[in-house]
Design a protein around this ligand. Structure first.
Ligand code: GDP
Ligand code: GDP
Ligand code: MG
Length: 356
């Protein structure tokens, strides 16, 4: 089974039980099959049972601030009440909005809670927690945006886009590392040529994780770096090519034009590429992340999302509104600054950790 079949399965809530089962890494075959196999971030650590538990624990810890922000508020306004009336629903609405779930998604949740309490007038905070959890899972499930990216490509080209500072470079390093330790040949392209520091940062990661990098000098044409990277990737029989881009230009129009040029250069060399255009968003910016996504989606062909910095923020609720409001699937989440702090996003695990 290919990487993205696995990812699809992981993103598909109904199939989730299977993904909680221990997995093992099969050694990648040496034949020249064009199919990529066995590349699942869930098996980052070959000791997979331990790894799954570790990942779950890591996610639980990552979401601690979001969870506490959310449920402490709930406890406070619950104290002394057990009737769900209009006042109560108003406070609940306020709480969800302040947890960065956003207005449209909050309204949907409140409506479901209303429907529930029409039938059951008295509930306690545990019950409410349970209802909220079920409603959120159902909401995310209804809006199932599992993606249908075809994985049968080699090299498999991933282009990372997003504004400055969201975590593009770090996410590339994390993903390149995990693909590499699963036995893949990985190449990185430094197409954020705007500042020397951006090239140096990626270069230093590439050295650390021992992955080759294609770079040019600062100020060179990013599309030219992309061209070199793809050519080298093809010539050297790479499995994965990950390309970094700049997040800030003189203005948004320049940035979008540059991304389009990079996209076209890649596409001229490999007609099916880029296979993934990953928009990286910083969860700690809350609803701004959602707004950024809407802007990018208008002008670039983003087909999946990486949400970073979920650790250390109380704004993790934004993930729920992103799932609800955008038709683009979240594929990766950043849970820290270290090289293995990247996880595949799974809706059910996420909501589980949020309501733990
Ligand atoms: P870029 O400008 O989009 O390339 O962003 P960088 O990759 O340079 O990251 C900006 C900062 O965010 C760096 O200090 C990273 O270490 C940090 N960062 C990236 N991802 C995460 C994450 O998941 N968690 C935390 N805590 N920090 C992160
Ligand atoms: P900072 O703007 O103070 O964070 O410092 P930088 O070294 O990042 O940027 C220095 C100058 O370059 C500033 O005038 C920025 O507006 C400009 N600049 C920074 N990044 C970019 C970029 O990606 N593209 C363009 N065109 N200008 C940039
Ligand atoms: Mg960068």
């Amino acid at each position: 089974m290919g990487l993205f079949d696995k990812i699809k399965r992981t993103l598909n809530i109904k199939d989730n039980s299977k993904d909680l089962e221990p997995k093992s890494i099969e050694k990648k075959s040496n034949n020249s099959s064009q199919t990529l196999q066995n590349n699942n971030l869930n098996t980052l650590n070959p000791d997979s049972v331990k790894s799954d538990l570790f990942k779950k624990e890591k996610l639980d810890n990552t979401l601690v601030k979001t969870r506490e922000g959310f449920f402490n508020k709930m406890k406070v306004f619950f104290s002394g009440k057990n009737t769900i009336d209009d006042d109560f629903l108003d406070s609940l609405e306020e709480m969800l909005i302040s947890a960065d779930i956003g207005v449209p998604t909050t309204i949907k949740i409140i409506e479901s809670v209303e429907r529930y309490v029409k039938k059951n007038k008295y509930i306690d905070d545990q019950e409410l927690k349970h209802i909220l959890k079920q409603e959120i899972i159902q909401l995310l499930n209804l809006n199932d945006n599992s993606n249908n990216i075809n994985t049968q490509h080699k090299p498999y080209v991933m282009l990372f886009v997003g504004v400055n500072g969201v975590g593009k470079t770090t996410t590339i390093a994390k993903l390149a590392h995990s693909l590499k330790i699963q036995g893949n040949k990985v190449l990185i392209g430094a197409a954020d040529t705007f500042r020397a520091a951006a090239i140096d940062q990626l270069d230093s990661w590439a050295n650390k994780i021992n992955v080759p990098i294609i770079k040019q000098s600062m100020g060179s044409d990013p599309a030219s770096v992309a061209f070199d990277t793809i050519q080298s990737g093809i010539a050297n029989d790479m499995d994965y090519i990950l390309i970094d881009t700049a997040g800030r230009l003189h203005n948004k129009i320049n940035l979008m034009a540059e991304l389009e040029k990079i996209n076209n250069v890649i596409n001229n060399l490999i007609s099916t590429a880029p296979h993934e255009v990953i928009l990286v968003l910083d969860a700690s910016t809350g609803q701004n992340a959602l707004e950024q996504a809407k802007q990018f989606v208008k002008s670039t062909s983003v087909n999946c999302l990486a949400i970073t910095k979920l650790d250390g923020t109380a704004k993790g609720g934004v993930v729920i509104s992103i799932c609800d409001q955008l038709s683009i699937p979240i594929k990766y989440i950043g849970v820290g600054e270290a090289i293995d702090d990247l996880q595949l996003f799974n809706k059910v695990s996420f909501v589980d950790s949020l309501f733990k």
